[in-house]
Design a protein around this ligand. Structure first.
Ligand SMILES: [Zn+2]
Length: 60
């Protein structure tokens, strides 16, 4: 015999669980240095700067 749940979850309980499932759209901000769209609060992938300061070297 396979393990089975003792009781069925209520409709409201299932909805409550699924209320946490939705994904938010990816948010992008413009880099002040190279004006490329980049992720907020992260080093720009295009120019390697963060808050107008060069923090990492970019290849090429
Ligand atoms: Zn940049």
């Amino acid at each position: 015999m396979t393990p089975q749940p003792k009781r069925r979850h209520s409709h409201s309980r299932a909805l409550r669980r699924r209320s946490q499932d939705a994904l938010t759209r990816m948010h992008l901000v413009e880099c002040p240095t190279c004006h490329n769209m980049t992720l907020p609060h992260r080093v720009c992938v295009n120019c390697g700067s963060y808050r107008n300061e060069r923090v990492v070297e970019v290849e090429g």
